[in-house]
Write a protein that binds this ligand. Sequence first.
Ligand code: HEM
Length: 154
Amino acid sequence: MYTTLLVTHSLIRWLVLISLLYSLYRAYSGWLGNKAFTKSDNSIRHITATIAHVQLIVGLWLYFISPIINYFLHHYEEAKKQDEIRFFGMEHSVMMLIAIIIITIGSAKAKRKITDRGKFKTMAIWYSVALFIILVCIPWKFSPLASRPYFRIF
Ligand code: HEM
């Protein structure tokens, strides 16, 4: 179960990134180009938030079964001195949770805006902030905090 969740969580990271980047492309070109907010813009707004929510569920599930988190929670004093363990136990989990909350708020606010320009602008700003946090907190292969593969295979 643990490996399945880890592989799934690693893979969904790409869906989160692709959907956010595509949403942002639509949002900025709609906002700056004064376009109409179409049904497909609305769908991509919604799909992006849904993918982030799926990642949140898998992430939370991982949190409860991961041996790394188990060690972090039960040996906190020792664990907080070890970069990789602290990264997953605190920085990664907390910052990603915040990023997903930002996506959720941005999506809900964009939905409620009356003008098309307001919808695009709201989506552009909130999703940009979330993307920034996510990019910083992913354990990229080159990250000094925690290095994980781009694609994890069983
Ligand atoms: C957009 C949101 C997120 C992205 C893009 C993301 C991405 C990743 C990636 C790429 C890994 C490394 C997977 C591997 O080892 O191959 C990882 C690990 C992990 N993530 Fe996330 N994550 C997100 C949100 C969360 C959240 C919200 C939580 C928990 C509340 C979480 C908990 C974890 C844990 C516990 C691990 C490490 C598990 C282990 O190695 O035992 N993630 N995440």
